[in-house]
Ligand binder design. Structure first.
Ligand SMILES: [Cu+2]
Length: 337
């Protein structure tokens, strides 16, 4: 075996060993959350292939560089010039064509995976998702339910029809892998078939303003029988007392995205102890919070701005909520001492 071939053989073995170690390392420091949807496998197989390729190329470059530095270093007393090399067309063609082929192949695999995760499924269940600054709301048109928790039956193909009320948000449950933007003025679709029961967290994955980091929602995947029980419980809810109804409306309307109930700071003033409190307004005047003030604050939020807060409260609750619903919210706020 000539000397060059020996170098190449050693480097090839070192590159392979390096790639395997690097791949193990990457997978252990960047573990993926447990895959929990039928769509996760398509995404994960792509991910694993990318990790393997990244490890291989990292090892290829680092091993060649380190090997050359160590083995071909100038020895003590060696003052001679290095060999003069001008170009190598074969090498350049090889290192252009191979990556090109790899990238085209990855493009093909990516297109295939995208086709798999977006493919329509038979007997899809439609759930309408609304994202807004800074919360989520889920409507089940078949059952006539509105919920702040996304409850899903295991094994059931789901089609989410998603809308935004204000800015761009993004629907992402890491365990389900797939992700989709919510774009104002458009309905976007996302398909998931949950395969594992349990609790998950839905996150907004698009920086959407002040409380973006808190734009979370609970997700529950239940066995089909438990899901049916949940539906029955939701639809049988009898007339609630006003304060409880108000709590529910405030939750589904997303008031708690900006108003805490326990005194913790948020984008808007806390509702804890709000009723009867003396509020200082931005113009320095004060007002004692009574029912009229609360009603005005909901119908015309910019009429009086509370000191230290920005006028960012949506102004369209007067159109969205009935008089009784606003009264119910006020009754609810009165109970928060
Ligand atoms: Cu968001």
């Amino acid at each position: 075996m000539n000397k060059n071939m020996r170098h190449f053989a050693i480097v090839a073995v070192l590159v392979l060993i390096g790639a395997v170690i690097m791949n193990k390392l990457l997978i252990s420091v960047l573990p993926l959350p447990t895959p929990s949807s039928a769509q996760a496998e398509s995404v994960d197989s792509l991910f694993r292939l990318h990790m393997a390729l990244i490890s291989l190329f990292f090892s290829l470059i680092v091993v060649f560089v380190v090997y050359a530095i160590v083995i071909f270093r100038a020895r003590k007393g060696d003052e001679s010039d290095g060999e003069y090399i001008h170009g190598n067309t074969t090498l350049e063609i090889v290192w252009t064509v191979i990556p090109l082929a790899i990238v085209i192949y990855l493009g093909f695999l990516g297109t295939k995976a995208l086709g798999e995760v977006t493919q329509a499924q038979p007997n899809e269940k439609v759930i309408q998702v609304t994202g807004f600054q800074w919360d989520w709301r889920f409507e089940y048109p078949e059952e006539g339910i509105t919920s702040t928790t996304l409850v899903l039956p295991k094994g059931q193909p789901i089609r989410l029809e998603m809308q935004s009320e204000d800015v761009i948000h993004s629907f992402f449950i890491p365990e389900f892998r797939v992700k989709q933007d919510l774009v104002p003025g458009h309905v976007t679709t996302l398909r998931i078939t949950p395969t594992r029961t349990g609790g998950f967290v839905l996150r907004c994955a698009e920086l959407c303003g002040l409380s973006h980091a808190y734009m979370l929602a609970d997700v529950q995947v239940l066995e089909p029988a438990e899901y049916d029980a949940w539906v029955a419980e939701q639809t049988s809810q009898t007339e609630l007392p006003p304060a409880e109804l108000g709590a529910k409306i405030a939750e589904t309307q997303g008031c708690q995205g900006c108003h805490s109930l326990d005194g913790s700071p948020s984008a808007g003033p806390t509702w804890k102890g709000l009723f009867g409190r003396e509020e200082t307004l931005a113009d320095g005047s004060t007002v004692v919070v009574d029912e009229d003030y609360l009603r005005e604050s909901i119908l015309d939020p910019h009429a009086k701005i509370v000191e230290g807060f920005q006028p960012i409260m949506p102004t369209d609750y007067g159109e969205k909520l009935s008089d009784e619903e606003i009264t119910a919210i006020i009754e609810f706020i009165k109970t928060l001492e």
